[in-house]
Ligand binder design. Structure first.
Ligand code: TXA
Ligand code: MG
Length: 327
C-alpha cells in the first residue's frame, strides 16, 4: 500500500470516513486512527500495527458532548474527571455503546474514551464526525511515536496516510482511569498525575506496577481482575539491554555501544555512543521514546536510564522506564 504524507485535517478526516487508517499527532503521542464503528477499518488497523486482538483500543471523540457516541453511561466520576481534564491527556473507561465494534474493545463491555486537546487531532475528529479508535502509532511492542519520521519508520506502506507534523507535547500516553467502579482506578499513569486525579476524585486508586509485572506470568483470574489486558503485553523494549540507575557512577561499562539518558548527573557525554541530558522531567518525558528509537537505530548494546523523579509526569515516565527495562 502506498502511504500518503498529508498535512491537512480535512484529508485525514476524509480518509477515516472512507474506512482508511491514518496516523496523526496528539498532545501525548501520535495516534493511528480508524472509524470505531467500521469493523473492516478496525481490522486493517490491528493488522497495520501488528497488535494482538485481545488488546483494546481507545476511542477518541471531539468534545465531551460526543462521549455518548462511544459510552452507554457516563458515570459521575467520569463526568467530573472529563470536566477537569478534557480535552487533554486523559482516558476514561466506561460501559460501551453497542455501535462501537466489539473488535475495538477486544470483546470487553467497556470502552476507553479520550478527547484530545491537540489542534490537529481535535480538528480531524470534528471533521470526521465518527468516534475514532486510535492506539499509539507504532508497531506493537515498539516505543510509541512522537515524531512523524518515527511513525513513518514503523508504518510506511502499512497505513493509508501519515500526518507529517512534529507537535506532540507530553511524549507519554494519556492517563487511563477505569470509571466503571465505585472507586476509580488509574490503570495506566500518564500526563495527568494521580495527585491531579485525586484532586477531583479523592478516593481514586492506582494499579501498582509490581502487580502488573507479576501478572505477566499470572493466571487468567488476575487478568480479568485487572481488566486491562493491554497492560500485560510487552511494551517499549529496545533491542539493547536497559539498566535503570539512580545516579551515574564510575566503573559502569561505557563506550561507543552504550547510551545514557537522564537529568542531573556526573555522566560525561564523551563516554557514550549516545548521550541525552534533559533540563527537567517534562523535557525528559517528551524525548524518552525518541531516545529509545535512536538507541535501536544505532545498534547500541547497553542503555543506562536514570530513573525519573516521582513527581508530576515523572511517575508516568518511571512506569515506561520500568517497562523498557523488563526482561
Ligand atoms: O495518549 C494516548 O492514550 C494515545 C493517544 C493516541 O491517544 N493512545 C494510546 O493507545 O496510548 P494504546 O492503544 O497504545 O494504549 C491504550 C491503553 C492500553 O493499555 C489498553 O489496554 C487500555 O488503554 N485500554 C483501552 N481500552 C480499555 C478498556 N476498555 N478497559 C481497560 N483498558 C483499556
Ligand atoms: Mg501503545
Amino acid at each position: 500500500m502506498k502511504t500518503l504524507q498529508i498535512r491537512s485535517p480535512q484529508e485525514a478526516a476524509e480518509i477515516i470516513r472512507h474506512g482508511g487508517v491514518v496516523a496523526f499527532p496528539t498532545e501525548t503521542v501520535f495516534g493511528l486512527g480508524a472509524d470505531a464503528t467500521n469493523p473492516e477499518a478496525i481490522r486493517r488497523l490491528f493488522v497495520a500495527k501488528g497488535r494482538p486482538s485481545d488488546n483494546p483500543l481507545i476511542v477518541h471523540v471531539s468534545e465531551r458532548g460526543k462521549c455518548r457516541q462511544a459510552a452507554s453511561i457516563v458515570t459521575r466520576h467520569a463526568e467530573a474527571l472529563l470536566q477537569a481534564f478534557s480535552p487533554g491527556p486523559l482516558t476514561v473507561v466506561l460501559p460501551k455503546q453497542s455501535t462501537i465494534d466489539d473488535s475495538v474493545t477486544a470483546g470487553l463491555q467497556t470502552v476507553g474514551i479520550r478527547i484530545p486537546r491537540h489542534e490537529v487531532a481535535a480538528e480531524i475528529l470534528r471533521l470526521a464526525d465518527v468516534p475514532v479508535a486510535a492506539p499509539s502509532a507504532n508497531l506493537s511492542g515498539r516505543p510509541s511515536g512522537t515524531t512523524w519520521r518515527s511513525v513513518w519508520e514503523d508504518l510506511a506502506d502499512r497505513v493509508d496516510a501519515v500526518y507529517c507534523e512534529d507537535s506532540t507535547c507530553f511524549g507519554i500516553e494519556s492517563t487511563v482511569v477505569d470509571c466503571t467502579r465505585d472507586v476509580p482506578m488509574v490503570l495506566r499513569p500518564g500526563a495527568v498525575s494521580l495527585a491531579q486525579i485525586r484532586s477531583v476524585v479523592p478516593n481514586a486508586e492506582a494499579l501498582q506496577m509490581t502487580h502488573v509485572a507479576s501478572a505477566s506470568q499470572a493466571s487468567c483470574d488476575q487478568l480479568s481482575e485487572i481488566n486491562s489486558p493491554g497492560l500485560l503485553h510487552p511494551h517499549y523494549q529496545p533491542q539493547a539491554k536497559v539498566r535503570l540507575i539512580d545516579y551515574w557512577s564510575q566503573g559502569l561499562a561505557s563506550g561507543a555501544k552504550t547510551a545514557y539518558c537522564g537529568l542531573e548527573s556526573d555522566a560525561v557525554e564523551a563516554d557514550f555512543g549516545l548521550y541525552r541530558r534533559y533540563k527537567n522531567v517534562e523535557a525528559y518525558a517528551a524525548d524518552f521514546y525518541e531516545f529509545l528509537r535512536e538507541v535501536d537505530r544505532r545498534s547500541i548494546d547497553m542503555v543506562y536510564v536514570q530513573i525519573a523523579p516521582e513527581q508530576g509526569i515523572g511517575t508516568a515516565l518511571r512506569d515506561r522506564q520500568r517497562r523498557a527495562a523488563m526482561d
